[in-house]
Design a protein around this ligand. Sequence first.
Ligand code: IPD
Ligand code: CA
Ligand code: CA
Length: 268
Amino acid sequence: MAVRSATINVMTRAADKAARRLKRDFGEVENLQVSRKGPADFVSSADLRAEQTLREELGRARPEYDFLMEESGHTAARQPASGGVPRRWIVDPLDGTTNFLHGLPHFAISIALEERGEIIAGVVYDPIKEEMFWAEKGAGAYLNDRRLRASGRDTLAAAVVGTGAPYKGHGDAPKFLAELNAVIGATAGMRRWGSASLDLAYVAAGRFDAFWERHLSLWDTAAGIVLVREAGGYVSEVDGKSLRPDSPSILAANATLHPAIMALLRGA
Ligand code: IPD
Ligand code: CA
Ligand code: CA
């Protein structure tokens, strides 16, 4: 049985609470799909509502931690840091907004805890599938109460690889297409599911053997990074450099396939 620390309990409780409203809002989006106005405005308010709930819940439990949130940016703690140790919550209240907006049931709440610049805990919650992915540095990665391990596949030919594609006005499409071409020629298949935090959680769960994406932000990846590491996977920038908080790209994979996928992407 997985034992959840006080930190993980705070994070999963906050995710659960924000998820209840998000699920109701998702049901509403399905109704709005057929209306003439469409669901776009409503979705951005669903985002903000989820963020507000997470701020209240996390802030109440740990008033001395800062926040970095996708919608509202940096907010200082309500109390000074205890023992002078700087900690902050890194939050994406709705990762997979385009899916949400289109009634596609694949999105997540992503919460990470950073201490002295290092991610030490992460929660990625998919409220539709009721899958709570969580990990804490040194304590392992879990899906609900089941321990997670990155996949054991050791050949590219057997690998299923997730990615995130550029979209209108974002990213470098020609570069992406060259990389895609290299990867589809060598692997069992590609997936583009539209939620980077879940893509990383799926690498931790051994569902994806690898995932890469360029042009992500820290709130997309922070929780997923600790999940992959604690599941025995390997995470770097696409070209192999160590990850920093402002790294523009990410490549996560099981430890065996990471160098081979990196070589494919670099050669593209
Ligand atoms: C997006 C998702 C998507 C990725 C985009 C992100 P959002 O986050 O993670 O999979 O391809 O780059 O911006 O906007 O839905 O929170
Ligand atoms: Ca996101
Ligand atoms: Ca978001």
